[in-house]
Design a binder for this molecule. Structure first.
Ligand SMILES: Nc1nc2c(ncn2[C@@H]2O[C@H](COP(=O)(O)OP(=O)(O)OP(=O)(O)O)[C@@H](O)[C@H]2O)c(=O)[nH]1
Ligand SMILES: [Mg+2]
Length: 313
């Protein structure tokens, strides 16, 4: 591993950051020595996940959060995970505009990465990009995802504080959320509160959260914002850090850090084993054993056991 690269990352050289991050997104860095050398420098950033339905105003909120963080003398990195863009990691128009807006400023780094067709490794790569941004010295790293698939869900699970952004029309979704999102959400924002129904949604949500909260979590705050008018965003910024403090004191942040560390080890072992197992010979065997409709007569279990027992490597 070239120590120069680590030094350049730590020196916050944005050109180097871009190059490295592109490689990570393209899955071209599988050198464990790189991540091991990076690791000691990745622990000091606050990791914030912001998720919610398409068009809820997440990016608009983040734009204003960036400005608020800068006013607070904090540096900030943003990873926008876009499920509609191809997995080449190309920045979308909106993100380019945002990047231009802050491109003069080396305290801000914004990058988008796609997820389509790439769900399995998405959370892993997003975390690795987060590590690079953390090592570059960013005080805050924000992950923006559209709250849809498992991959995005895994990204949001792996942060210190998960913020779910809703809009006044999200009433029905609150029911859906009770199943999944409430488990991961540490904080709710009702954006577009210039529209009717915002207060009603806030009070419905508060009562659900008050009654249904798992005991190992703090009750998530619910805050109303109008991101497009920068209304409520600095209050949101302050509240995020107050809540983070409370989470820290309750031992929740260290528990989350430990959980995500364990999950990463688990996933790495699992991926390594899979890669080791599925040699080209075994893949060929799989292909042969499932080549025609006739093969459906054998159960999947039977074929799987045969392949696992097979000495072909
Ligand atoms: N009325 C109103 N419009 C808003 C508000 N916040 C954002 N918008 C608008 O909503 C649209 C979507 O905003 P984005 O910030 O791109 O939303 P997003 O959640 O990042 O969208 P995706 O990343 O595509 O899921 C834009 O046209 C914003 O100007 C708000 O508080 N009120
Ligand atoms: Mg967005």
């Amino acid at each position: 591993m070239d120590q120069n690269i680590i030094n350049n990352i730590r020196g916050n050289d944005h050109r180097i950051l871009s190059r490295i991050i592109t490689k990570i997104i393209d899955n071209k860095i599988n050198d464990s020595a790189f991540y091991t050398a990076l690791h000691p420098h990745t622990q000091d950033s606050v990791r914030i996940g912001i998720t919610g339905p398409p068009g809820a105003g997440k990016s608009t909120l983040i734009d204003h959060l960036i400005q608020t963080a800068l006013d607070d003398k904090k540096s900030i990195g943003v990873i926008a995970i876009d499920p509609t863009s191809p997995f080449t990691g190309g920045a979308l128009l909106g993100d380019r505009v945002r990047m231009n807006k802050f491109s003069w400023n080396d305290a801000v780094y914004i990058r988008s990465m796609g997820s389509r067709g790439d769900l399995g490794g998405l959370a892993k790569r997003a975390q690795e990009v987060g590590d690079v941004l953390a090592a570059s010295g960013k005080d805050i790293v924000i992950f923006e995802t559209v709250g849809v698939g498992q991959g995005e869900y895994d990204v949001i699970k792996a942060v210190d504080i998960a913020i779910v952004v809703l809009v006044p029309e999200s009433g029905d979704e609150v029911q859906l959320m009770k199943a999944g999102l409430i488990e991961i959400a540490d904080f709710f924002v009702i954006n577009k509160s210039d529209r009717s129904g915002a207060n009603r949604l806030a009070s419905t949500l508060k009562s659900i959260l008050h009654n249904d909260q798992p005991s190992e979590k703090l009750e998530p705050p619910v805050l109303n914002t109008i991101a497009s008018k920068d209304d409520g965003v600095s209050a949101l910024y302050t509240k995020i850090f107050t809540h983070l403090n409370k989470m820290e004191q309750a031992g929740i942040i260290s528990q989350k850090q430990l959980d995500r560390h364990r999950d990463r080890v688990f996933d790495l072992v699992q991926n390594n084993l899979l890669n080791e197992f599925w040699t080209s010979k075994r893949l060929k065997e799989l292909e042969q054993r499932t080549r025609d409709l006739e093969s459906i007569k054998s159960s999947a279990y039977e074929i799987a056991e045969d392949i696992m027992r097979s000495t072909k490597v």
